[in-house]
Design a protein. Structure first.
Ligand SMILES: [Zn+2]
Length: 260
């Protein structure tokens, strides 16, 4: 059966001297792997048609019951050229691809993650605010996979938690954030017995903004100081490990490239 789809190239691995296995996040079928037969031959029609993080239109022969389909045709829709020259942006893109590979099951459609991946790669390919881009992607991935941290209301009594959009003068206010339960606890419900992180309200406001923004582009509009970013990134990293069981290596590699 021949299938046509839009897909983002997540991983390219050798199959033989002249052929490659391309793993994609596709719009209709989620994560799929295709064999690009003879793609390394000098006259192959595949030459220049795909590379890491390209969005492509693909035509493939779907083989039911097999985990490797046969790529027939491929044409690039968006090459995101910046990733070939900007290693920081490339590092962030690699982390996004790795996170999608690890959290999405093969052959399982996930339109929300497909859209998120495309917009996160577009944002990273602009080369702006890569740090914000990274944490914003993580929060949205958690959301798309049903593990969104509950930030706006208390987990126990549903009282609203008011984050602040900027640091206030005077002593910062803090609320408890339970990694284990997956969200905020108001002052009345947070007990000493419960292990929780202490989050200042400007960080809560930042996380709320990133999570609630209607697009990656608008998420990048958040203003945050390096110290605020660091706190927000630290708690998001812990949350990811806990709820998606993502090993920290990919994230750490991206943060190293960003000098964080
Ligand atoms: Zn409460």
């Amino acid at each position: 059966m021949i299938e046509k789809d839009i897909a983002v190239a997540l991983r390219i691995a050798p199959f033989s001297e002249t052929s490659r296995v391309v793993t994609w996040m596709s719009r209709s079928r989620g994560r799929i792997a295709t064999l690009a037969k003879g793609s390394q031959r000098p006259k192959s029609a595949f030459l220049g048609q795909y590379d890491l993080f390209y969005s492509c239109e693909i035509l493939y022969h779907a083989r039911p019951g097999h985990d490797l389909h046969i790529l027939r045709e491929c044409s690039p829709l968006d090459q995101r050229a910046r990733f070939r020259s900007d290693w920081k942006a490339m590092g962030v893109a690699s982390y996004f691809a790795d996170a999608v590979l690890r959290t999405c099951l093969p052959e399982t459609p996930h339109a929300e993650v497909f859209d998120l991946l495309g917009s996160a790669l577009d944002a990273a390919a602009s080369g702006r605010k890569l740090e914000t881009c990274l944490v914003s992607f993580e929060l949205r991935l958690l959301q798309a996979l049903g593990h969104s941290p509950r930030l706006a209301t208390c987990l126990k009594c549903s009282k609203p938690i008011r984050g602040e959009t900027s640091a206030r003068p005077g002593a910062p206010r803090f609320s408890a954030f339970s990694l284990e339960r997956g969200g905020m606890l108001c002052d009345d419900c947070a007990t000493a017995a419960e292990s929780a992180e202490r989050l200042s309200h400007d960080i809560v406001g930042l996380l709320q903004f990133w999570l609630g923004a209607d697009s990656m582009e608008s998420a990048l509009l958040a203003r945050c100081s390096p110290a605020q970013w660091k706190s927000a990134a630290a708690v998001t990293g812990l949350f990811l490990q806990r709820h998606l069981e993502l090993p920290p290596a990919g994230r750490n590699a991206a943060l190293d490239l960003l000098g964080r």
